[in-house]
Ligand binder design. Structure first.
Ligand code: NAP
Length: 264
């Protein structure tokens, strides 16, 4: 299938690690031009060098996404360099464990700032260029928006709001033919996930408990599997898909977990 995404410029927030990195490398493999908007210059520039060594075009724009001005600047620099923008992947986030019992109003606000506000900032600043290109937006949400997790109110609230904004933007942007969709991962091994596992007394036992309950294959989803969906949604092949919530999770959120671990 030709995704028709060659030379399309796509900003990926938090694109140097984990799921974002998977999306960036898949975009580059497909001939698109990923622009990483992220915090760590060392990691971002190392990834860009690796992609360039493999013949791809890519760039890194150092961005603290909680700062509105830095989000505006990331988009400005992208347009100054490439003169076009075809897509945005809002991906950066952090499951930071600010709960109802173990948290405070101030921590809750900070968590929502870390996880939600920059999804709006980035979409807002990208919009004029996306109008011109009839581009596309993919929001990386989480199963926690639908299932809850316990002990992570700020993160779950942000992930739920990302789904609401996905539908809201899909409607608002119909008139520009800009498509907006969300992906809900469940369990993907990334640096973020590894540090969450380390909060348990026995991380290995916790991991085995989790994977035993993933219906399809009793294994984690890979970042590459999330990336395949994201790149498809960004591409012309997904030209009539908008406002959708895509679960890429081995059936974790919807299938009967009593089936997990059985031979059926
Ligand atoms: P990750 O391994 O921590 O990677 C996230 C990247 O985003 C890192 O490079 C991080 O930079 C960057 N980032 C975070 N906040 C930032 C900010 N304010 N400014 C600039 N850069 C920032 O996380 P991941 O597991 O790949 O998660 C990516 C997305 O998937 C998140 O939205 C997460 O909620 C969602 N998700 C993940 C899972 C999973 O199982 N992994 C499940 C459901 C949903 P630093 O390294 O500097 O922090």
């Amino acid at each position: 299938m030709d995704l028709k995404i060659k030379d399309h410029v796509i900003i990926v927030t938090g694109g140097s690690k984990g799921i974002g990195r998977g999306i960036v490398t898949t975009l580059a493999d497909e001939g698109a031009i990923p622009v990483i908007a992220g915090r760590s210059a060392d990691e971002g520039e190392a990834l860009v060098e690796m992609l360039k060594a493999n013949g791809a075009e890519a760039c890194f724009v150092q961005t603290e996404l909680c700062e509105v001005d830095q989000c505006r600047e990331a988009v400005r620099q992208t347009l100054a360099k490439y003169g076009r923008l075809d897509g945005l992947v809002n991906n950066a986030g952090m499951n930071d464990g600010v709960g109802l019992e173990n948290g405070s109003p101030e921590e809750f606000l900070a968590s929502v700032d870390r996880n939600l506000h920059h999804y709006y900032y980035m979409a807002h600043f990208c919009l004029p260029a996306l109008r011109e290109s009839k581009g596309s937006i993919v929001n990386i949400s989480s199963k926690t928006a639908m299932t809850g997790q316990g002990g992570t109110s700020g993160y779950a609230a942000s992930k739920g709001a990302q789904l609401a904004m996905t539908r809201e933007w899909a409607v608002e942007l119909l008139k520009y033919s800009i498509r907006v969709n969300a992906i809900l991962p469940a369990e993907v091994m990334t640096p973020l996930y590894e540090s969450w596992l380390k909060t348990f007394d026995n991380p290995q036992a916790k991991l085995e408990d989790i994977t035993a309950n993933i219906p399809l294959g009793q294994r984690m989803t890979t970042a590459g599997e999330i990336a395949s969906m994201a790149v498809y949604l960004l591409s012309a092949q997904a030209s009539h898909i908008t406002g959708q919530f895509l679960y890429v999770d081995g059936g974790y959120a919807h299938l009967d977990r009593a089936l997990a671990g059985s031979d059926k």
